[in-house]
Write a protein of this length. Structure first.
Ligand code: ARG
Length: 579
């Protein structure tokens, strides 16, 4: 159900009949003021300028043609010329009512399916397994998850790739530290990876013998030594379980099957180097193997190299990413790859994207997109830290969110039993943290603020969850709901709500195209606002409301609830029937 598409074709045709060139766009946009109608066609101005015509005259001709052809007769109530040559389009109440009904009856998809489903790799989360996930991993994990859900919903073949870091030099240090622990204590110690890592690091920095043995373990590990591998696997297994706890708390869909760790590319790394060599892309620089590309220049105009093999033979982050790009193209057959990775890795990704195309690892027409995001800041405007100034374990932040939500729920609903309050607290707390992030434009930094995110007013998850619960409460009061009833639209608030409901597809399409969940958040926020206005202006269960009016309004309420639920679900946020 895409209204713009339905308007576009007849209007473009009329423009051509009025003398516009074949590909002249109608440029149809939703109007931002109801008095100007529901949509505006803005393309006439540009065409008129090109043809040296008076735009208002051209607009008049276009409108006359449209009226004569009757092509839009069913869809529009009124078309009028406005300003220097826009066309304002007022949609017909009956048409909107019919479309809403078709969606409710599953005769029309509310959200259009992808016309050409693609295989899309979504690279997100990707924590380093040497430590526990910290707040810096939140954004990639939840933004990537929301976009992956949206793409699957459109019918694409989505392949999630959790590119976890499990193969760096840090693992030598961790193995050395593991080996020195009594067996009986190891399990407990690994239940707090943060502390375990810190202890290992202190030893590494202060004790030369330990550092030496750590370095030996890296070499042994990479050479496939059995004992080393066993320790390493034990560590990785526990670390992944920590990640999975976080994913499940956060309602993120990543599973074990989506983990494609750095180590899995190990055997491919020498092949990457020889392929690059064959492609004539390798240069030796102080013993290191590098790729120099003209397009990447530093401040002083010198080319910034991408190092792919160190002088000691070791491979780098970039080498692994090149191997991953090859794999995603040739084994997974992706035609689009999205990387939800911190903006600070922009140069790295630009380099590997460009190299992978030049080396033929990735097809020319495969779309490689860095979906960059900014940093989560504390109230002081600096990167988010704990009260004592350390990096926050993600799990601690999430637990705090649940606790705060629990207090809030207990305040509002002291009589609810504790288990129920806990369930609500998880859904509201996680919703609040996720939505606060997803609703911001991902490219900018944002300030993490408990009070605003947990507020029941404004553009927050609790507000939307509450709007959903409120509609559910209406339905609990309805005795016999007639799902067969017609939708009838008379009031402006009904018109506005139906229109918004039919614009869901546009919001979804924008998220899919630009990887920006904030478009969907804004949409849901506006939808909830439209519903509140409708609910005030158009009583449903009040005495004296005619049966057919009540039944029609219930249908609109039902479709609103469905849309809020689906929309929040696509953001990875759950809803509640009561809260
Ligand atoms: N492990 C990396 C980090 O923590 C993120 C991985 C992102 N994905 C990738 N293909 N490079 O910074």
């Amino acid at each position: 159900m895409n209204i713009i598409q339905q308007l576009d074709q007849p209007i473009s045709q009329a423009m051509q009949q009025a003398g516009a060139p074949d590909n002249a766009p109608a440029v149809i946009k939703p109007s931002n003021r109801p008095e100007f109608g529901d949509y505006q066609a803005n393309g006439i101005m540009g065409v008129a300028k090109q043809l040296k015509m008076n735009p208002r005259e051209l607009a008049t001709t276009v409108v006359e043609i449209l009226e004569k052809s009757g092509d839009l007769a069913e869809i529009v109530e009124k078309i009028e010329i406005a300003g220097p040559g826009f066309i304002n389009i007022h949609l017909s109440n009956d048409w909107l009512a019919q479309q809403a009904k078709n969606v409710l009856n599953n005769k029309t998809d509310q959200v259009d399916k992808a016309q050409q489903p693609q295989t899309i790799v979504v690279d997100y989360s990707g924590p380093n397994l040497a430590k526990e996930m910290h707040v810096g991993h939140l954004r990639s994990t939840i933004i990537g998850d929301a976009v992956a859900r949206v793409l699957s919903f459109q019918g694409h073949n989505v392949i999630r790739q959790n590119h976890v870091g499990d193969w760096g030099t840090q693992f030598g240090m961790l193995i050395a530290h593991m080996i020195d622990q009594p067996d009986s204590e190891l399990g407990l110690q690994l239940s707090d990876l943060e502390t375990f890592y810190r202890e290992a690091k202190i030893r590494f920095d202060e004790d030369e013998t330990f550092a030496e043995s750590a370095r030996n373990y890296v070499v042994k590990l990479q050479a496939g030594d059995e004992e080393c591998l066993t320790h390493w696997q034990q560590f990785i297994e526990i670390s992944l379980q920590h990640c999975e706890d976080v994913y499940s708390k956060l309602n993120v869909l990543l599973s074990r099957a989506d983990v494609k760790p750095e180590s899995s590319y190990n055997d491919e790394l020498p092949v990457v180097i020889s392929d690059l060599d064959k492609a004539g892309l390798l240069t030796e620089d102080n013993g290191a193997k590098c790729v120099f590309l003209e397009e990447f220049k530093g401040k002083d105009d010198s080319i910034l190299p991408a190092i792919v093999q160190k002088s000691d033979g070791g491979y780098l982050y970039a080498t692994t990413d090149l191997a991953a790009l090859k794999y995603r193209q040739h084994a997974l057959k992706a035609s689009r790859m999205l990387y939800f990775v911190d903006a600070r890795q922009n140069l790295h990704l630009k380099q590997v994207f460009s190299i992978s195309k030049k080396a033929g690892f990735v097809n020319e027409d495969t779309s490689l997109e860095h979906m960059a995001f900014g940093t989560m800041m504390g109230n002081d405007g600096k990167p988010f830290k704990t009260r004592v100034g350390g990096t926050t374990k993600l799990v601690d932040l999430l637990t705090e969110a649940e606790q705060r939500a629990f207090d809030l729920v207990s305040e509002k609903n002291p009589t609810l039993d504790v288990t129920e309050r806990k369930t609500i607290a998880n859904i509201v707390g996680m919703g609040a943290v996720k939505y606060a992030d997803l609703s911001k434009n991902r490219t900018s930094d944002y300030i993490f603020n408990w009070d605003t995110m947990l507020s029941f007013e404004g553009n927050t998850a609790p507000y939307l969850q509450y709007a959903y619960a409120r509609i559910s409460s209406i339905f609990r009061k309805v005795e016999n709901y007639n799902a067969q009833a017609d939708v009838i639209i008379n009031e402006p608030a009904e018109h506005q709500l139906a229109l918004k409901l039919l614009q869901f597809s546009d919001a979804i399409q924008s998220v899919a195209k630009d990887g920006m969940p904030n478009f969907l958040c804004n949409y849901l926020f506006e939808l909830a606002g439209n519903f509140m206005t409708f609910y005030e202006a158009c009583p449903i269960l009040k005495e004296g409301v005619a049966v057919e009016v009540k039944e029609s309004r219930l249908q609109l309420a039902q479709l609103t609830a469905n849309t809020l639920k689906t929309g929040l679900d696509l953001l990875g946020i759950e809803t509640l029937e009561r809260m």
